[in-house]
Design a protein. Structure first.
Length: 216
């Protein structure tokens, strides 16, 4: 029987294995287990993030991570994760220099370059909301779904829906009524899964959709 568990540092090796199974061709999976563990540990770095997984017979078969978005974050999830796991990423790339031509690396080179500059300048980018005058109202708080992954041999068995339902339950327990995520255009399988679980497209971009769901 699948069991939902809120993850701790001791669970990171299990989650890393699940990530590799769920996303075998991703740049993060190619960078190795040590990097994956450090990357996923970002979700445990403060109380603005959540991380939980589904276990069956002691094995992690799916996991989910999110981040509270309220306009006060100095960076988004992608930059925050890069900054947190920067040293591990450098070591992983030095050991696997061929990853410099991986399609994800090439697609994200502007973001990577920006974070390298930020890392060595010692400066943290202030969020747009914080730059506004103090009397300006911050945007509505929402819970952002950053990652959801299911082991390849458990696809089609409802694990994704279990994770999405728990994500919603946790969001509601934190008195947050709005959830958001981004999904790549062309990822019809994921798009249909989110729509089956009540998510709607709120904004279209050239490469991805923004989706939201309100909890009534």
């Amino acid at each position: 029987m699948p069991e939902i568990i809120y993850s701790t540092k001791s669970d990171l090796p299990k989650l890393a294995e699940c990530h590799k199974s769920a996303f075998p061709d991703s740049l993060s999976s190619k960078m190795g287990k040590k990097y994956l563990e450090e990357m996923i540990a970002w979700y445990l770095s403060d109380n603005s993030k959540i991380l939980f997984h589904v276990e069956e017979n002691g094995r992690c078969i799916g996991y989910c991570g999110g981040m509270i978005l309220d306009g006060t974050q100095p960076t988004g999830s992608a930059s925050g994760m890069m900054q947190y796991s920067f040293n591990s990423a450098v070591k992983a790339i030095m050991l696997r220099p061929w990853l410099l031509v991986h399609k994800e690396f090439l697609n994200k080179y502007k973001l990577i370059y920006k974070n390298i500059k930020r890392k060595f300048s010692g400066k943290k980018k202030q969020s747009g909301a914080l730059k506004k005058k103090k009397n300006k109202e911050l945007p509505e708080k929402e819970m952002g779904l950053v990652v959801i992954g299911v082991s390849s041999d458990f696809h089609g068995k409802g694990i994704g829906s279990i994770l999405l339902q728990e994500f919603e339950n946790k969001t509601l327990s934190m008195d947050i009524k709005k959830m958001g995520l981004a999904v790549r255009r062309g990822n019809e399988k994921a798009l249909k899964s989110y729509q089956r679980n009540g998510w709607e497209i709120s904004k279209e971009h050239p490469d991805y959709y923004e989706m939201t769901k309100r909890i009534l």
